[in-house]
Design a protein around this ligand. Structure first.
Ligand code: ADP
Length: 550
C-alpha cells in the first residue's frame, strides 16, 4: 500500500464544540457578522437518505441516515416508493435536528438548507392531489432497453447528444417517462387530461418539504434538469425539439421550472417540523454536489464518487464539451447571479458499491460492505479473474445495453478472495477507460483524482485505483462531500460565502493520497485483459431476447 497517511480516518469526526468556533468560521449574512452558523443538507441517495448539519468549517455536527426499500419487481426493474423517500427525509431531518439541539445548539443558527439527490430517477404525480401515480423508476432500471432501441432508429436520434449532452440509453429520465406513458394507464390518463406532474427526486422532495399542493412549488435545478434529456445544454432551458422527439406536449405535462443550483428564493422553505421556516437555497444532483464538495471549481479538476454506481466528473469550464468518446456532457453546477453555468464531462459507471452489495446480499461472501477489503486481501491478486459487473448493461464509455454481468478466467483454484478483488477492480478499470476517453475529448491528462463515496472507504480499492490509472487518488477524511456540496450551494445563496476562495480551508485536513506502486507495464497488462473481457461481453443476448429475459 502506498499512502501518505496510514491510519484509516473516520468519516464522522467528533463535532466541534460551540465555543471553539474560529475566525475562519465567521462570516457575513445580510451585512451582519456571524459568529456561528450552520447549514443543513438533505442527501437523498439511491440506497439511503441522510441529513447532515455542517458547521462553517464543513464538519458534520449532527446527522442521521436511514436506508429505504429497494424494489426489483422484475428482472432489470428498479423502483422506489416515492412516499417512503419523503418519509425517510423527514425522519432524518427530525432526528438530526434533535441531536443538534441536544448538543446545546440553537436551531436559529441554521441559516439555510441544501438538497442533493440521486439523479435521473423520476416520479410522476397528479397535479391536483399530489398523489404519485406510480413508483419512482430509479436510474439503474433497464426496462426501457427495447424502447431505447426503437428510439435510436427514429429520425433525429443522432442529433440529440449535441443538444442535451446525453446519448440515448436506459439511463436518462426521458425514456423512463415515455415508458410510463406507454405502459401505465393512470399515467396516460393524467397526461391526456393535463394533470400530470413530472419531476426528478429533487422536485418531488421540494414539492413536499414546502407543504405539497398547498404551496405547489415545482422547481428543479440546472444540474438535475441536464439529466432528463429535455434540457438544451446551451440555453439551460427546455428544448422544444427535444420534447417533440419524445412526443411530449407541454400543454399536457407539468415540467418543473429550471433555476440555478444556488438560489435564495426559488426552492421555498421548510413547511413543518423542527426546521420549519428555514429556507432551502441550494439544490444539486448528487454527482454535481460531490464536485462542489471536493471544490472542483477550476477547469481541469475532477472527482470520482464510488457510491452505488461510480461517477467521474471533470470540470470543463463555461462551455459544454460534447464527447466523441462515450462520455456525457452535463451541467456541473450553476451558482446563479452574475456567474455562468459551469459544465462537466461525465463518465458514469452503473455498478460500483452495488457490486460489493451483490457479493454480500446475493452470494453471501461478506456480512458488511467494509469486509470486502479483508476478503480481497486474502489473496495477492485476482488469480486471472476479471468480473465485468454489467448488471444493468455497461455505461460509460462503452454503452453496451445488452451486456450482462460476466466473470472470466474462473479455474479450479478460484477463491472468493479472487472474485472480491475482481469486483473492486471492475470499477477501477472502468474509471481508467473513462479517464482515457476524457483525455481524448479534452486534450488534457489529469494529474490527480479526488475520490469519495462509500466504496472509497476501502484502502485496497483506492490503492488499486491509483495503480490502474497511474496517478494519485486523493481522498478527504470527511467523505460526505456530496452533502457538503449541497450545503455550499445553499450557503452561497444566503451570502455565507461569496467567493470560492473563501472555501479553501474547508475539508482539507487529513486527506489521504494513494500513489501508484506497480509498474506501468503491469498496470497496462491488467487493463488489456479487462478490455478483452468487455469485448467478449458484447452480444450476449440476441435482439429477440431483450426485455424480461434472463
Ligand atoms: P449512495 O449515495 O449511492 O447510496 P454511498 O456513497 O453511501 O452510496 O455508498 C454506498 C455503497 O458503498 C454501498 O453500495 C456499499 O456496498 C459500498 N461501501 C460502503 N462501505 C464500503 C467499504 N468499506 N468498502 C467497499 N464498499 C463499501
Amino acid at each position: 500500500m502506498c499512502v501518505e497517511k496510514v491510519a484509516e480516518s473516520s468519516t464522522n469526526p467528533e463535532p466541534i464544540p460551540k465555543e471553539n468556533v474560529t475566525e475562519s468560521q465567521e462570516s457575513h449574512l445580510n451585512g451582519k457578522k456571524l459568529k456561528k452558523f450552520y447549514i443543513g443538507s438533505i442527501d437523498q441517495g439511491t440506497t439511503s437518505t441522510r441529513f447532515i448539519i455542517f458547521d462553517g468549517l464543513g464538519q458534520p455536527v449532527a446527522q442521521h441516515q436511514v436506508e429505504f426499500t429497494q424494489k426489483y419487481p422484475e428482472s432489470g426493474w428498479h423502483e422506489h416508493d416515492p412516499k417512503e423517500i419523503v418519509t425517510s427525509v423527514r425522519e432524518c431531518i427530525e432526528k438530526a435536528a434533535k441531536s443538534f439541539v441536544d448538543q446545546g445548539h440553537d436551531i436559529l443558527d441554521i441559516k439555510a438548507i441544501g438538497v442533493t439527490n440521486q439523479r435521473e430517477t423520476i416520479v410522476v404525480w397528479d397535479t391536483n392531489t399530489g398523489e404519485p401515480l406510480y413508483n419512482a423508476i430509479a436510474w439503474p432500471d433497464t426496462r426501457t432497453k427495447g424502447l431505447v432501441r426503437e428510439l435510436k432508429s427514429q429520425m433525429g436520434a443522432d442529433k440529440l447528444q449535441e443538444i442535451c449532452g446525453l446519448p440515448l440509453s436506459t439511463y436518462p429520465s426521458s425514456v423512463k417517462l415515455i415508458w410510463l406513458l406507454r405502459n401505465v394507464k393512470q399515467v396516460r390518463k393524467a397526461y391526456d387530461e393535463g394533470r400530470l406532474s413530472f419531476g426528478t427526486i429533487d422536485t418531488w422532495l421540494l414539492y413536499h418539504l414546502n407543504g405539497g399542493s398547498a404551496k405547489n412549488v415545482h422547481v428543479t435545478d440546472a444540474t438535475n434538469a441536464s439529466r432528463t434529456m429535455f434540457m438544451n445544454l446551451w440555453t439551460v432551458q427546455y428544448d422544444d425539439g427535444l420534447l417533440r422527439f419524445f412526443g411530449l406536449d407541454r400543454e399536457k405535462i407539468r415540467l418543473p421550472k429550471i433555476v440555478p443550483s444556488s438560489c435564495p428564493d426559488s426552492f421555498g422553505a421548510m413547511a413543518s417540523g423542527l426546521l420549519k421556516g428555514i429556507r432551502i437555497t441550494g439544490c444539486l444532483g448528487d454527482q454535481s454536489a460531490a464536485l462542489v464538495g471536493q471544490q472542483g471549481f477550476s477547469p481541469g479538476s475532477a472527482k470520482n464518487t464510488y457510491g452505488t454506481g461510480c461517477f467521474l466528473l471533470y470540470n470543463v469550464g463555461e462551455k459544454p464539451v460534447i464527447s466523441k468518446h462515450g462520455l456525457l456532457a452535463t451541467i456541473a453546477y450553476d451558482f446563479g447571479r452574475s456567474r455562468k453555468p459551469v459544465y462537466a464531462l461525465e463518465g458514469s459507471i452503473a455498478v460500483a458499491g452495488s457490486g460489493v452489495k451483490f457479493l454480500m446480499d446475493n452470494l453471501g461472501f461478506i456480512t458488511h460492505p467494509h469486509k470486502i477489503s479483508e476478503l480481497a486481501a486474502t489473496v495477492d491478486h485476482n488469480g486471472g479473474c476479471v468480473f465485468v459487473t454489467a448488471f444493468s448493461g455497461l455505461f460509460a464509455p462503452y454503452w453496451i445495453d445488452d451486456a450482462k454481468g460476466t466473470i472470466f478466467g474462473i479455474t479450479q483454484h478460484t477463491k472468493r478472495g479472487h472474485i472480491a478483488r475482481a469486483t473492486l477492480e471492475a470499477t477501477c478499470f472502468q474509471t481508467k477507460a473513462i479517464l482515457d476517453a476524457m483525455e481524448l475529448d479534452s486534450g488534457h491528462k489529469l494529474a490527480e483524482l479526488a475520490v469519495d463515496g462509500g466504496m472509497s472507504n476501502s484502502n485496497l480499492c483506492m490503492q488499486t485505483q491509483a495503480n490502474i490509472i497511474g496517478i494519485p487518488a486523493d481522498r478527504p477524511a470527511m467523505r460526505e462531500t456530496t452533502s457538503l456540496g449541497a450545503a455550499i450551494a445553499a450557503g452561497f445563496a444566503v451570502d455565507i460565502w461569496k467567493e470560492f476562495d473563501e472555501l479553501k480551508e474547508i475539508n482539507r485536513k487529513d486527506r489521504m493520497i494513494f500513489r501508484p506502486n506497480i509498474s506501468k507495464e503491469e498496470s497496462a497488462k491488467m487493463f488489456k485483459r479487462w478490455r478483452r473481457a468487455v469485448e467478449m461481453c458484447r452480444g450476449w443476448l440476441d435482439a429477440d431476447e431483450y426485455d424480461g429475459d434472463f
